[in-house]
Design a protein around this ligand. Structure first.
Ligand code: FAD
Length: 329
């Protein structure tokens, strides 16, 4: 039986969806290792404690609350010191992070401080004895490697959307903790946050992604993707590298090997050929719909539903159909 420390990611004073996913994954890990407790570390500016109840709702037995103005933005040095200090108490068998930009920065810092191993960007795991066996996509997703991680504490990060948040309500129990390092004297400071994704939802938080490729021909034609995303109402717009290299969309919208990794419930690929480097970032999506005029386009090999046709004809019809379906409830 081992307790699990989950780092609950916050942005703009609010919990991110990945925080709930991480707590769900932490619960699974605790059950698999014999029923330990899940503690979620929640750090932010004054008032962040109000978010603790959501973490309890999704299965955190205890929420460790760290409130300080120095955590209004991501504070890598002070957070790494604090997480490492918590893990150093010997209470925990595991620590779990989200494999987001923040988690990918924080988790190796903690691993280096403690001199322990980190299995990063896992899409699933099991536990055998005291060893975690994690699934990790390699070679652009062509190979699923099994990473065996032993030692304690074992550090893991999980790919966004690999675990769907599942409610597992606990009575809210919070403990205030203090930072292990002065958060105001960190050498690394976040001085500005730029809203990269041009859509309203972040790509990692969106249950639906409408992604456009070079088949859209021109930047203004991304309106077709935006209209479909608006019709869904809970969708973000992504892009291929061909598109971001052309400057049609910002790099932060890019999905793939050198862009974002996403696993939405629904991924609509619009005029995207399906190069291996693009698939690397989206092939774990639950349902993939591809629209391409070339019936032999590689994207159709991984699509659950394929529409062979011209995006300029299909997209308005699809958007109208989604609107009509929504109107019917
Ligand atoms: C090291 C490296 C890293 C890379 N990283 C990434 C990455 O992170 N993400 C990424 O996406 N790519 C990445 N790439 C680039 C990748 O190899 C492809 O070049 C890119 O994904 C192609 O983008 P695309 O599908 O938009 O364009 P294309 O390959 O040009 O495909 C356009 C598609 O649109 C279809 N089409 C054209 N007109 C229409 C129409 N009217 N209606 C319907 N369909 C139409 C065509 O049939 C075609 O299949 C990387 C490449 C390298 C070498």
């Amino acid at each position: 039986m081992a307790n699990v420390l989950v780092f609950a990611e916050v942005r703009g004073g609010d919990l991110r969806k990945v925080a709930l996913e991480a707590v769900t994954a932490g619960r699974a890990l605790a059950e698999l290792s014999g029923g330990g407790s899940v503690h979620a570390l929640l750090a932010g500016d004054a008032g962040i404690a109000a978010k603790a109840s959501s973490l309890a709702q999704y299965g955190a037995d205890t929420v460790l609350v760290l409130e300080h103005a120095g955590f209004a933005q991501y504070n890598p040095e002070a957070l790494a010191a604090t997480v490492a200090q918590q893990l150093g108490t010997g209470t925990y068998g595991y620590a779990l992070f989200s494999a987001t930009a923040q988690g990918r920065d924080l988790s190796p810092r903690v691993a280096a401080k403690l001199g322990v191993g980190l299995a990063a960007d896992l899409t699933g795991f099991t536990v055998e004895g005291s060893t975690v066996l994690g699934q990790h996509f390699n070679m652009n997703g062509k190979v699923i490697a099994t990473l065996a991680l032993s030692g304690s504490p074992a550090l893991l990060s999980v790919r966004p959307a690999a675990f769907q948040p599942a409610e597992a309500p606990r009575a809210l129990a919070t403990t205030s903790i203090t930072s292990a390092a002065d958060p105001l004297s960190s050498r690394v400071k976040v001085v500005e946050l730029k809203q990269g994704n041009t859509g309203k939802l972040d790509l990692n938080d969106a249950p639906v992604i409408v992604a456009g490729g070079r088949g859209l021909k021109a930047p203004e034609n991304f309106k077709l993707c935006e209209d479909l995303a608006d019709a869904f109402g809970n969708a973000a717009v992504g892009a291929t590298r061909a598109v971001t290299d052309e400057g049609w969309r910002p790099h932060s919208d890019q999905i793939g090997q050198t862009g974002r990794n996403v696993s939405p419930n629904l991924y609509v690929a619009v005029g995207i050929s399906g190069a291996i480097q693009h698939l690397a970032g989206m092939r774990t999506s639950k349902t993939i719909v591809a629209i391409n005029k070339d019936k032999d386009a590689p994207i159709f090999k991984i699509a659950d539903y394929g529409i062979v046709g011209d995006v300029f004809e299909i997209m308005p019809a699809l958007t109208a159909a989604v609107k009509a379906a929504k109107a019917q409830g």
